[in-house]
Ligand binder design. Structure first.
Ligand code: NCD
Length: 305
């Protein structure tokens, strides 16, 4: 039995296999419509979510399975002081697989250590978000036709943005990848990500505060929201929140085949005028999120088609 807490737990072959199954689901969806008949997914979300929770639930329904759900901490026994470990043991009696989001880094890992069914980390604090990364990889693969040989710009809150940390970790395995890390000084990629992933694997990267000057180099631009809920004071958030806003004039110097991604929700960092630009992929990315999660559920439940 396997859980997925950190994208590093998957080998590159496994990631490629998950993407291949996802592509088959896109082409032959009907084949999978009964794959999880009789199985239950529990979604336990102790932090706000629209896409991640609903895409997990939609994924399970499309596989013919069922869903039970805790949609906020206040409505569960966590509010009475129950530990994550006890909650995980309990949910294991009701469901075949659990997707958990939690504000505390490491909580889904604790759940996985105590559950008797697979646990999927659906975002733990400012740490990791492996299923967003599977979504991002599927999006890049479908929209660019490859996962290697490209320059990826990550822009915004690279410190608290958990999707950024998991994406760097996953993309660093492919050849010919260069990262351009665009953020304010205060929101740079944490040093553990640089040390344990980028430097360790000799991945070329540049850190800059200057968005406009690097736009022409990019094959992928991954925009992110400044993570208000992780700030210690509102003043810092207000000062930094609108630092980078992607507007049509900034795209004038971009490559014609640039792909713009964003895990969403968007606050202000991409002007709505960009939405109709053919390079904008963030709503397609939402669709790929459901497919990527279908592929992952099949793998962790060891369902063979
Ligand atoms: C992201 C998250 O929760 O980390 N959202 C998502 O899952 N699509 C990004 C964010 O909240 O900014």
């Amino acid at each position: 039995m396997r859980s997925l807490i950190d994208i590093q737990e998957l080998t590159t072959d496994e990631i490629n296999e998950l993407i291949a199954v996802a592509c088959d689901i896109i082409d032959n969806g009907a084949k999978y419509s009964e794959a999880c008949r009789g199985k239950k997914l529990a979604t336990m979300f102790f932090e706000p979510s629209t896409r991640t929770r609903l895409s997990f639930e939609a994924a399970m329904y499309e596989l013919g399975g069922n869903v039970i759900s805790v949609s906020n901490a206040e409505s569960s026994s966590a509010a009475k002081g129950e530990s994550v470990a006890d909650t995980a043991k309990t949910i294991s009696c009701y469901a075949d697989i659990i997707a958990m989001r939690h504000p505390k880094e490491g909580a889904p890992l604790v759940a996985a250590m105590n559950a008797s069914v697979p646990v999927i980390n659906a975002g733990d604090g400012g740490h990791n978000h492996p299923t967003q990364t599977l979504t991002d990889l599927l999006t890049i693969y479908r929209e660019k036709g490859r996962l290697d040989n490209m320059t990826i710009g990550l822009c915004g809150d690279l410190k608290f943005g958990r999707t950024v940390h998991s994406l760097i970790s996953a993309m660093s395995r492919y050849t010919g990848i260069k990262f351009i890390l665009i953020s304010p000084e205060e929101l740079k990629v944490p040093s553990y990500v640089k040390r344990d992933i980028l430097k360790k694997n000799d991945i070329p990267y540049v850190q800059t505060t200057d968005f406009e000057s690097v736009i022409p180099e990019l094959d992928i631009l991954y925009m992110t929201r400044v993570q208000r809920e992780r700030f210690f004071n509102e003043e810092d958030y207000l000062r930094l929140k609108d630092r980078y806003i992607l507007t049509p004039d900034k795209l004038a110097s971009a490559k014609p085949d640039l792909k713009i991604l964003h895990p969403l929700p968007r606050v202000n960092e991409i002007s709505v005028a960009i939405d109709s630009d053919p390079r904008a992929c963030y709503f397609k990315q939402v669709y790929y999120g459901k497919i990527a999660r279908m592929s992952l559920i099949l793998k962790l439940l060891e369902v063979k088609i």
